[in-house]
Ligand binder design. Sequence first.
Ligand code: TYD
Ligand code: MG
Length: 453
Amino acid sequence: MAKAKRQYVCQNCGSVSYRWQGQCGDCSEWNTLVEEAPQTSFSAKHDLSRGGRMIKLESLNQDSVMPERMLCGIAEFDRAMGGGFVAGSATLIGGDPGIGKSTLLMQAAGKLAMAGKNVVYISGEEAAAQVRLRAQRLGFSQAPVALASATSVRDILATLETQQADFVVIDSIQTMHSDVIDSAPGTVSQVRASAQELIRFAKETGTALVLVGHVTKDGTIAGPRVLEHMVDTVLAFEGERSHQYRILRAVKNRFGGTDEIGVFAMADDGLGEVANPSSLFLTDRNQDVPGSVVFPALEGTRPVLVEVQALTVRLASGATPRRAVVGWDNGRLAMVLAVLEARCGLQMNNAEVYLNIAGGYRLTDPAADLAVAAALVSAFTERPVPAETIAFGELSLSGEVRQVAHDGLRLREAAKLGFSKAWGPSGMKGVKGIGVNGFSRLGELVDLMLGRD
Ligand code: TYD
Ligand code: MG
């Protein structure tokens, strides 16, 4: 047999090269290549057409049973999961350190155990005593959760074989190591091999498996993207550590939609559910300040009202103005600025522009364009937008205001929270309690805001 070649695996993207390099050729990260044991390769002498067993081929047209789902009883968690945990499935929860992953999973484990499920919690990061302390703080000291501090996948599997667990938490997958592979814990091959064995066990036994994953600075789950392909569901736990609220978002879900979010607030006794997120994001709102506009964002089928804040600072000509964005897309801000300049005659090219979505919220909804434009115009002209107004609509490069999905849902949520006026695309229908002002072009809104006719 040919001698296996040395191979170097990028710890960021998982790509393999046969030569050590300072920079990964695929993802361009520096110092991420680590030598790892080569995988066993097939000998060319294998004739794959002989010696296999026949597999049974089935038709599409057959009664299939819907997979069994298990609700953990934390409604926001079950909602993000698309209606509970599926037996025999693997879920990956990623998030920054300290965001509350262990807290959330201990709460889910505690609730499930109290409801009579067989629950096992394996911590590879903390000693059992530490985990126990957290459980006590969360009010689950009496919950029959089976707890262990361990990192060897072989030992863990040997233990799980005897448990018939319904729900298993592995906190975290980066601390696990499998002895079928030589590399050190935390490397891509180790994480992949450990996950593979645990997932296979979950599928075979019908256990709902949850893996906790750390997140790298660019927001992907540390090490291999491959992990995301191996599991059925990927959830991201997000939020600013300095703010109390957290959002659990499905990034991938083989058993449900990826558009629902769960909203939580971190308190002294764990993560509380936030059934009405809009009120949370608007609590500290300073009304009648130029540059502040409320935007009804849509998360799946759920409207969330957030405050868009803009600040512009005019510079003496010559200096290069800064543009900084928190919580929104940089490129989209540049586009809105260009549309304001080219189509509405607002000269912002020598003003510094800062845009912030209040509360550390991250907006992905394209309907935010109009709210951002209104906030920028308001900041630039120092005219506050009336406090009872919301704004939404997508902008095109020609300055048109486009229709967006679910305007009725957005308007109803705003009306519920006491807003009485909406700026949006022309053609939207009003709902009870809220008057609508539709625009087909951004210029019309700018005229209105500046009192030009
Ligand atoms: P943790 O769940 O350990 O985060 P992760 O597993 O994602 O690293 O939670 C970390 C933070 O949450 C920590 O700073 C303490 C805080 N916390 C609370 O505020 N209240 C609580 O009830 C608990 C358990 C933790
Ligand atoms: Mg943790």
